[in-house]
Unconditional design. Structure first.
Length: 86
Protein backbone atom coordinates (compact mmCIF):
# COMPACT_ATOMS: atom_id res chain seq x y z
CA UNK A 1 0.00 0.00 0.00
CA UNK A 2 1.35 3.41 -0.97
CA UNK A 3 1.04 6.51 1.18
CA UNK A 4 -1.84 8.85 0.28
CA UNK A 5 0.56 11.44 -1.14
CA UNK A 6 2.51 9.03 -3.34
CA UNK A 7 0.76 9.86 -6.61
CA UNK A 8 -0.16 13.46 -5.86
CA UNK A 9 1.77 16.25 -7.51
CA UNK A 10 1.12 19.91 -6.84
CA UNK A 11 -0.42 21.75 -9.72
CA UNK A 12 2.30 23.43 -11.75
CA UNK A 13 0.19 25.94 -13.65
CA UNK A 14 0.14 28.95 -11.37
CA UNK A 15 -1.22 32.44 -11.74
CA UNK A 16 1.23 35.27 -11.29
CA UNK A 17 1.87 35.98 -7.62
CA UNK A 18 0.58 32.66 -6.32
CA UNK A 19 2.82 30.60 -4.10
CA UNK A 20 4.18 27.32 -5.40
CA UNK A 21 4.24 24.40 -3.00
CA UNK A 22 6.93 21.83 -3.63
CA UNK A 23 7.55 18.78 -1.51
CA UNK A 24 10.82 16.92 -1.12
CA UNK A 25 9.12 14.06 -2.96
CA UNK A 26 8.64 16.40 -5.95
CA UNK A 27 12.18 17.73 -5.73
CA UNK A 28 14.02 14.44 -5.16
CA UNK A 29 11.88 12.85 -7.84
CA UNK A 30 13.98 14.94 -10.24
CA UNK A 31 17.28 13.56 -8.90
CA UNK A 32 18.78 13.15 -12.38
CA UNK A 33 18.35 16.89 -12.98
CA UNK A 34 19.90 17.64 -9.58
CA UNK A 35 22.91 15.44 -10.36
CA UNK A 36 23.47 17.10 -13.73
CA UNK A 37 23.13 20.60 -12.28
CA UNK A 38 25.66 19.78 -9.56
CA UNK A 39 27.97 18.34 -12.24
CA UNK A 40 27.92 21.78 -13.92
CA UNK A 41 29.50 23.06 -10.67
CA UNK A 42 32.08 20.22 -10.84
CA UNK A 43 30.45 18.48 -7.86
CA UNK A 44 30.03 14.75 -8.38
CA UNK A 45 27.28 13.61 -6.02
CA UNK A 46 28.46 10.01 -6.40
CA UNK A 47 31.92 10.93 -5.04
CA UNK A 48 30.89 10.64 -1.40
CA UNK A 49 30.56 14.40 -0.95
CA UNK A 50 27.09 13.93 0.58
CA UNK A 51 28.64 11.96 3.44
CA UNK A 52 31.03 14.84 4.13
CA UNK A 53 28.52 17.70 3.95
CA UNK A 54 25.56 18.65 6.11
CA UNK A 55 21.92 18.40 5.12
CA UNK A 56 21.85 22.22 5.22
CA UNK A 57 24.62 22.34 2.61
CA UNK A 58 22.56 20.21 0.22
CA UNK A 59 19.30 22.00 1.04
CA UNK A 60 20.72 25.45 0.26
CA UNK A 61 22.20 24.34 -3.05
CA UNK A 62 19.01 22.60 -4.14
CA UNK A 63 17.03 25.71 -3.19
CA UNK A 64 19.43 27.72 -5.37
CA UNK A 65 18.76 25.39 -8.29
CA UNK A 66 15.01 25.74 -7.84
CA UNK A 67 15.34 29.53 -7.84
CA UNK A 68 17.52 29.55 -10.98
CA UNK A 69 15.35 29.55 -14.14
CA UNK A 70 18.32 28.22 -16.13
CA UNK A 71 18.78 25.07 -14.02
CA UNK A 72 17.60 21.68 -15.15
CA UNK A 73 15.80 21.21 -11.85
CA UNK A 74 13.83 24.44 -12.24
CA UNK A 75 12.78 23.39 -15.73
CA UNK A 76 11.96 19.81 -14.69
CA UNK A 77 9.69 21.07 -11.91
CA UNK A 78 7.93 23.28 -14.47
CA UNK A 79 8.10 26.39 -12.34
CA UNK A 80 6.68 29.47 -14.08
CA UNK A 81 9.09 32.36 -14.49
CA UNK A 82 6.81 34.60 -12.42
CA UNK A 83 6.18 33.15 -8.99
CA UNK A 84 6.44 33.87 -5.31
CA UNK A 85 8.75 31.38 -3.56
CA UNK A 86 7.39 29.92 -0.36
Amino acid sequence: MQPRHANKRPETKQLEGQKIRLTWIDILGEWASIELDFQDWNIDLESGVLKERSWRWLDRRIYGLIANPESRLHKALQIPLTHTPE
